[in-house]
Design a protein around this ligand. Structure first.
Ligand code: GLU
Length: 291
């Protein structure tokens, strides 16, 4: 029987806040409404910032909210081989190239470009990659990699887009400007994104796409802050021949001053709210998900 599969995919680098609660509850409610399953995925590729105690706290907070999930938890840090395999396929298709600039070299290049008019930024506001590593002669690339230099593996996005053609995704929620229905992906807006690094065989974008496919996720329900990231996700799905989920981007919960919630702010952490005497039903009501 065909079942819809949803997932909640937090990073264990802090305590969950009201924004996570909204996303998790929405996933849980939709999975129940459609007779589907909810999976929990721990996105811990950033092993420097992620901690097991935060993962334990995530599970505890979700249980407190009344959320349960099926199957084992998938921890990304235990599946680097899956991401390496995807990187190897993209490298074999000649769609990746290494760049060797440090962060400060990149900042200096961007400052230089900005002097001649504003250098383009991606949808998150980060300057596009300004370097010329794509044009580096293959022999030099090989020499520098063999010499053990630090590098980032970047997607040659223009070539990838030519390869994949026009891509769209079915949006069941809405984007930041109210986009809904069939949305046309615009991966070029991200420039040559980093998909892996010398010391880390994946990036957020690659791991999400590989895992959604391996876990059979049919419905991606997540915050509007990731709406445009879907352009890159669709591109990677097309390049890797992976199935295409439907997407439901939901509103982002803001604080009283209209700012995005952060894991660093105690006031909206679920632990703090629980300690102040609120119940799970109070949280649901506050989020407009009361039952
Ligand atoms: N791990 C991401 C986050 O905590 C969510 C990834 C996703 O839902 O695609 O923001």
């Amino acid at each position: 029987m065909y079942t819809r599969v949803f997932r909640f995919a937090p990073s264990p680098n802090g305590y969950l806040h009201l924004g996570h609660a909204y996303s998790a509850l929405l996933n849980y409610d939709m999975a129940r409404e459609f007779g589907g399953r909810l999976l929990l995925r721990i996105e811990d590729i950033d092993t420097g910032r992620c901690r097991p105690e935060y993962e334990a706290a995530i599970c505890e907070d979700l249980h407190w909210l009344g959320i349960s999930w099926t199957g084992p938890v998938r921890r990304q840090s235990e599946h680097f081989a899956d991401y390496e395999a995807a990187i190897a396929r993209l490298e074999a298709a000649r769609l990746l190239y290494p760049s060797f600039e440090s962060r400060s070299e990149i900042n200096a290049l961007v400052a230089e470009r900005d002097r001649h008019g504003p250098w383009p930024r991606d949808p998150d506001g980060t300057p596009l990659y300004p370097g010329r590593a794509r044009k580096m002669p293959p022999a030099e690339r090989e020499r520098r990699r063999r010499a053990g230099e630090t590098f980032a593996l970047r997607l040659a996005t223009d070539a990838a887009v030519t390869h994949a053609g026009v891509l769209t995704w079915p949006e069941r929620g809405s984007g930041p400007q109210g986009q809904t229905g069939l949305v046309t992906a615009a991966p070029q807006r991200w420039g040559d994104v980093v998909l892996a690094r010398k010391e880390l065989p994946t990036s957020y974008h690659l791991a999400v796409v590989v895992d959604d496919a391996l876990q059979g996720v049919t419905d991606v329900v997540r915050g509007q802050d990731l709406f445009w990231a879907t352009s890159i996700h669709r591109l990677l799905q097309a390049l890797l021949g992976l199935p295409e989920p439907v997407y439901h981007h939901h509103r982002v919960i803001l604080d009283d001053e209209g700012r995005k919630l952060s894991k660093a702010t105690q006031a909206t952490s679920l632990r703090e709210l629980r300690a102040s005497g609120l119940s799970a039903s109070d949280i649901r009501r506050r989020l407009g998900l009361g039952r």
